[in-house]
Design a binder for this molecule. Sequence first.
Ligand SMILES: C[S@@+](CC[C@H](N)C(=O)[O-])C[C@H]1O[C@@H](n2cnc3c(N)ncnc32)[C@H](O)[C@@H]1O
Length: 332
Amino acid sequence: MPEPAPDPVLHVPVLLQEVLDNLPVPAGGRVLDLTLGLGGHAEAILARADAQTRYLGVDRDPRARERARARLGSDARLSILPGTYEDVWEDPTFQNLMHLHAPEGLDVVLMDLGVSSLQLKDPGRGFSFMTEGPLDMRMDPDSGPTALDWLAEQTDTTLADAIYAYGEERASRPVARAILRSLAQGTLRTTLDLAAAVYTVLPREVARRKKQIDPATRTFQAIRIAVNGELARLAGAITAAAMSLKPGGRLGVISFHSLEDRIAKQTLRRLAGIYDGPGRTAPEPLPRLLRLIHAGGLKAGEAEAQANPPSRSARLRIGERLAEPQPTRTTR
Ligand SMILES: C[S@@+](CC[C@H](N)C(=O)[O-])C[C@H]1O[C@@H](n2cnc3c(N)ncnc32)[C@H](O)[C@@H]1O
């Protein structure tokens, strides 16, 4: 299979070698990529797979699907579907494709969570505090409220709670008050206005002097997660993905921050029958569907971390479907 040309938008898929090494696609393999993005992982996986392989890519962002189609659309092994990894399971087209191509289950499922470089680098999408853009932040620009609409529905308390829960921002209360004050004054229109409201509480110069991350990072992350409902149903989506595997099939989940990773880790451990609750014994047995591969997850090596800074915060967690559900370990 010839190596395809690189995408013109610079997008380097993270942990690519770890994905290729640990999510092997057998001859005639069946692959589901629930976060197709710009098709970076898809391109590399397809370049190594045989002609009988089928690759189904799902993404909620129509522009990402367009880019992936432009990059890989001529590959007859690939089908691209709109949808979210939470809801695609109910989509009749998805169900038909699964029935047709993977009646016995999937060999590989990949979930590369979060936003893509295409989304982050386009000022018009409103994800970045570095460039001026509308306060949008929707991964699917055709669905749900924009960040500005969402902010307009918040109170000091609900906004502070979201900024604390999804951004782990310790100054969440004063930051929330500053944002809503700016909104009430009619000065909150763009990403730079939002960042400016955060800096009134957490001055950027102080962070720079202390070589800390930009103080707007945590608040932008929190609002983005809230607007896109990123964490609310992640555990259910990981569980559905694990259940769609055939025996020996593998699920890989790549997370980019501690909140996502905690959910990925806890869900995969639970699916592996590992009890993490309080006390030493599970109140009721958990069926054991998976075994964990590299229990602590895989992180970028030094070379990748240097070459592609976003990879520094990425972690790949992998579960392999067992032949039969096994009795659980009810004690820790
Ligand atoms: C980190 S990027 C994936 C990059 C991709 N692996 C590549 O190599 O090009 C994450 C993608 O997941 C998509 N996404 C985020 N949440 C989603 C969800 N709930 N359902 C479907 N797609 C989602 C985003 O639109 C984005 O394109």
